[in-house]
Design a binder for this molecule. Structure first.
Ligand code: BES
Ligand code: MN
Ligand code: ZN
Length: 508
């Protein structure tokens, strides 16, 4: 996989006017009485003149608005850019996410420029972090498969400088480094999701996991189809049976010596979901390369945690299989034996995610982690419930709340969902321990309840666990917005890393 060259991030505190670059970006908010310029380094006269003309220029300050103006004689940039940051939050401040999106939108829309100065008012480290993250995530494009049209594709911005009074703060370097690491891992997740399934299948995904781990203190173990067979991974094998490209289970471990906790992340890695013999209609299949987004996210989360050197043990389990119909495919009414021995009657081969996840949840449990978080593009019902931009989090109350908190801080939208007790019996099978589909309603919840059955115990206590269904948010079928490009979004990486950081700060 080719790596695009990376965005360079730095910061200056003063002399924005002397700073030479292609564009200076300043913020415009949507005030109660119309657009307002945010504090910026323009000469006061210019600031006043521009403020007075926002209305006649038709500038609104709305999110994703990016307007180019001629640079001023006092500036050392050809272009002055007005970037919308939207409205203030309920506490009468712009929240960090508003800055993250404005920075991302500006950097994304200024593709073709070499260097940009972001003069959004960053007065706290959290704001500077948000702006830097937005910039790295906004400077993304997927060009690997362009050949003839490559020339018309504008290059992403190469250099971003933050204008902030914190530039001389010793902690800012740490903040910028964290933003660069997180942004890179989000972008790497997007690359994996975007890669066509003709080239990304279980074996090549496993190779990519090894390549991405090179130079990092992580250990990658690939369990191939023979070993899966030998050790009884019937879920992953059952789903992979119809494909000419055999499944893999990949374990990526980061185990620093002074670990304060032990986290396990399990990711759904169905490299293409045709539905299998319970074949999807053509319209439902077009985006199904996205079905490995959970595996891509857990992989990159562990890599980010390793690169940041967090004192936690983190293991990612990637359940990789291609769900295809063929003469060797599993049939509706087949019974499989998942890892650990529980049997499942497969009544719908399109409910395959829970089968591959069942194996890995059981395997991860054997290592007695302090918590298991699983990430999966598990159900279409997730999008019915929450739309395409809000992910669901289910599971144990405490873990679910902690995930929600980590997500809120990271700028990812997650919403807690319940496990109503009446849904569990809908998974009872007349021939096996469980069946893989329940009743019609509450499909996202039933899928979560199915997974819960495979979370193990340590010393007679259920391992704390949460399930993240990212079916909608993993893939943007619409136009780019904020720092989010088309197709793979890289969702869940920021939340998992923030969760790990929270574990560290709670235990220290
Ligand atoms: N990968 C799909 C879920 C999905 C759908 C993700 C749309 C992203 C966008 C999953 O394997 C699936 O097919 N689920 C079925 C389950 C059903 C058969 C119980 C679904 O949601 O229809
Ligand atoms: Mn499916
Ligand atoms: Zn699927």
């Amino acid at each position: 996989m080719s790596k695009a060259s990376e965005l360079k991030l730095n910061a200056i505190a003063k002399d924005a006017r002397k700073h030479q670059c292609d564009a200076i970006v300043i913020g415009v908010g949507q005030g109660k009485d119309g657009p307002v310029l945010l504090p910026n380094p323009l000469p006061p006269k210019a600031d006043k003149a521009l403020s007075d003309s926002l209305g006649i220029l038709g500038v609104t300050g709305a999110v994703d608005e990016v307007r180019r103006m001629p640079g001023l004689p006092e500036l050392n940039a050809d272009v002055l850019v007005l970037a919308g940051v939207g409205r203030k939050g309920t506490d009468d401040e712009y929240d960090d996410e508003a800055f993250r999106r404005a920075a991302g939108s500006a950097v994304r829309q200024l593709a073709g420029m070499e260097s940009v100065l972001l003069a959004l008012p960053a007065s706290t480290l959290a704001q500077a972090a948000a702006i830097a993250e937005g910039a790295v995530m906004g400077a993304y494009s997927y060009v690997q498969y362009r050949h003839v049209s490559a020339a018309s594709q504008r290059e992403t911005v190469r250099n971003v400088t933050l204008h902030t009074p914190l530039a001389d703060d010793a902690e800012l370097a740490t903040v910028l480094n964290r933003a660069a690491v997180i942004g890179r891992c989000v972008n790497s997740t997007r690359n994996l999701v975007n890669e066509p399934p003709s080239d990304l299948y279980p074996e090549t995904f496993a190779t990519a996991a090894k390549e991405l781990s090179r130079n990092l203190p992580v250990k990658v173990t690939v369990i191939d189809e023979k070993k899966l067979e030998k050790d009884g991974y019937g879920g992953i094998l059952g789903v992979g049976k119809g494909s000419s490209r055999p499944p893999r289970l990949v374990k990526v471990e980061y185990a620093p010596s002074k670990a304060k906790a032990k986290l396990a992340f399990v990711g759904k890695g169905v490299t293409f979901d045709s539905g299998g013999l319970s074949l999807k209609p053509a319209s439902g299949m077009m985006t199904m390369k996205l079905d490995m987004a959970g595996a891509a996210a857990v992989l990159n989360s562990v890599l980010a945690i390793a690169e940041l050197g967090l004192p936690v043990k983190a293991t990612a389990w990637l359940c990789l299989a291609e769900n295809m119909p063929s003469g060797t495919a599993q049939r509706p009414s087949d019974v499989i034996t998942t890892y650990g021995g529980r049997t499942v009657e497969v009544l719908n081969t399109d409910a395959e995610g829970r089968l591959v996840m069942a194996d890995a949840l059981a395997a991860a449990s054997e290592e007695a982690p302090d918590v298991i978080l699983d990430v999966a593009t598990l159900t279409g019902a997730q999008m019915v419930a929450l739309g395409s931009r809000v992910s669901a989090v289910m599971g144990d109350d405490g873990v679910r709340a902690a995930v929600k908190e980590a997500a809120d801080r990271s700028g990812e939208q997650f919403w807690p969902m319940p496990f109503p007790e009446e849904l569990r019996p809908t998974l009872d099978s007349s021939v096996a321990d469980l069946k893989n589909i329940g009743d019609k309603f509450g499909g996202m919840l039933t899928a979560g309840i199915f997974l819960q059955e495979f979370v193990g115990e340590t010393d007679g206590e259920k391992i704390p666990w949460a399930h993240l269904d990212i079916a909608g948010p993993a893939f943007n079928e619409g136009q780019p917005y904020g720092y989010t490009p088309k197709e793979g979004t890289g969702v869940a990486v920021r939340t998992l890393v923030a969760y790990a950081e929270d574990v560290v700060s709670r235990t220290s």
